[in-house]
Design a protein around this ligand. Structure first.
Ligand code: NAD
Length: 490
């Protein structure tokens, strides 16, 4: 057992302002060594229904002003900040990313809460100049933004703290009540976040109704179906796999749905760039969090005449990474979150090598490296039809695909059912503009990798990568509605 992993963190879920248990509980384990970290309740469908009833009642009761919502979220940010080291330890214990990366995620979550707090004060409407149309010069109209009601927030395992904050923060900022559902294998950081919310609610002057923020834990399908079945849920904000996202979209009827789904993001490294610097970023973008990042570099596209040079630089960068225990200082790449995730990467890797790809470095997994651990692996001679090029691998693989010209690079970038983000390294402004115009993805990042994200920017994919945008301002828009108010004479 790693010396610093948390143990015996047996927690409850937060329903109607009370920390409650369920008949069944689920263990949470440390991905690196499989030891038990703690446990959470497995909510039943009726508990979820009860939680949503309480959230609905809290929404009706709440009369928090924008300033009071700002205070609640700011106080939560301070509470998370206060517990930052402890929460980072919980995060690494249940999710398995290196401890400094977990600490980085906590810092991001604090900022995301502060951004949400600020956005609570910016629920602007607009004045509509009615004299723009003949015959309405004496009318006055404006829009005002209103909260929706109960918002459900369902999150994945890979950034269990910051992605929950990306939903809970804007939902509360807009004046809604929120029901959070964390991933089954990483629920404990979400529990810590809701503890911070509860503490913050007690410290501000305003009265925060019980049930304004709710956390249910357990099976995704049980909780998901209970959310879909409850009429009070006005919006579902989901981040996770495309298959679950499509299930929710197909079964949510008139409920607002925001979907942040999978990706198979390309990054193009063109001739006119500093190849060594680009390669270091590409490897970082492919292997961070052991590759378990939605906008990680999944495919590297390079002109065929510089393929060898780029591959050499990628190998140097990949070999400089340290693989091991996420609690050891200096570890860059640790284990995958669970056996399923690990086996998916192994299968995609083996099938791609079988199909003719060349392993330039890495390729080792499990055994002495540690269970569920995969070395950063650069693959060359990859063609677009090979498994690791076609699927979202969600592992530390760096598949390099050679292209003849820029036209083919763009075509290959778009040769996927996904469209989350893309990266392009070039010094040529025309090439950059062309990529921005022609790549069919929610974000095109010039001179960095696909994986670029700042928490206030609009973020969300096209095609099978999702519907709607996150980023605090944009999420607040999704979690609120615009009402027209008109003043008319005679
Ligand atoms: P997942 O779809 O398995 O689970 C995500 C969440 O959905 C979990 O909380 C899970 O319990 C819940 N869930 C499972 N079945 C459900 C159902 N029937 N109804 C409702 N909820 C259900 O995804 P994961 O394995 O945790 O995360 C990995 C995936 O998430 C990858 O595809 C990754 O690309 C994607 N992701 C996308 C973004 C983004 O912003 N686009 C960010 C992070 C991760």
């Amino acid at each position: 057992m790693s010396q610093q992993a948390v143990t015996r963190l047996d927690k409850r879920m937060l329903i109607g302002g009370k920390w409650v248990d369920a008949d069944e509980r689920a263990d949470v384990v440390h991905p690196y060594d499989g030891e038990r970290v703690g446990s959470v309740p497995m909510a039943t469908e009726s508990q979820v229904a009860e939680a949503i009833d309480a959230a609905e009642a809290a929404f009706e009761e709440s009369d928090l002003s924008a300033y009071e919502r700002y205070e609640l979220l700011s106080a939560t940010a301070r509470a998370v900040e206060e517990r930052a080291d402890e929460i980072a330890r919980i995060l690494t214990s249940e999710q398995g990313k290196p401890l400094p990366d977990a600490r980085g995620e906590v810092d991001r979550a604090v900022q995301t809460l502060d951004l949400s707090a600020e956005q609570a004060k910016r629920m602007f409407g607009e004045y509509v100049p009615m004299d723009a149309q003949r015959g309405f010069a004496k009318d006055h109209c404006f829009t005002q933004r209103e909260p929706l009601g109960v918002v459900a927030a369902i999150t994945p395992f890979n950034f269990p703290l910051n992605l929950m904050v990306h939903k809970v923060g804007p939902a509360l900022a807009a004046g809604n009540s929120v029901v959070g559902k964390p991933a089954s294998n990483t629920p404990l950081t979400a529990v810590a976040l809701f503890e911070c919310l509860a503490e913050a609610a007690d410290t501000i002057d305003a009265s925060v109704p019980d049930g304004l923020f709710t956390l249910v834990t357990g099976s995704g399908s049980t909780v998901g179906d209970a959310i879909l079945d409850h009429e009070a849920v006005e919006a579902i904000s989901f981040t996770g796999s495309t298959s679950v996202g499509k299930y929710l979209a197909n079964n949510s009827g008139m409920t607002e749905v925001t979907l942040e789904l999978g990706g198979n993001d390309p990054t193009i490294v063109w001739r006119d760039t500093d190849i060594e610097a680009a390669a270091a970023q590409v490897v970082g973008g492919a292997c961070s969090n052991a590759g378990q990042v939605c906008n990680s570099v999944e495919r590297v596209l390079v002109p065929e005449d510089i393929e060898d040079e780029v591959v050499d630089a990628l190998v140097d960068a990949a070999e400089s990474l340290t693989v091991g225990d996420p609690f050891e200082a200096g570890t860059d790449v640790a284990s995958m979150v669970d056996d399923d995730q690990f086996e998916t990467v192994v299968e995609l890797f083996e099938a791609t090598v079988e199909a003719g790809a060349t392993v330039e470095c890495g390729g080792d997994y499990g055994g002495d490296l540690g269970p569920r651990t995969f070395e950063p692996t650069v693959l060359s001679d990859v063609t677009p039809d090979m498994p690791a090029a076609k699927a979202e691998t969600f592992g530390p693989l760096v598949p390099v695909i050679a292209v003849e010209d820029f036209e083919e690079a763009i075509a290959e970038a778009n040769n996927t059912e996904y469209g989350l983000e893309a990266g392009l390294f070039t010094q040529d402004i025309d090439r950059a503009k062309r990529a921005a115009d022609e790549i069919d993805a929610g974000g095109v990042n010039i001179n960095t990798v696909s994986g670029f994200r700042a928490d206030h920017m609009p973020y969300g994919g096209f095609k099978d990568s999702g519907v709607g945008k996150e980023g605090i301002k944009y999420a607040v828009e999704h979690f609120s509605r615009s009402k027209l108010v008109g003043f008319h004479q005679g």
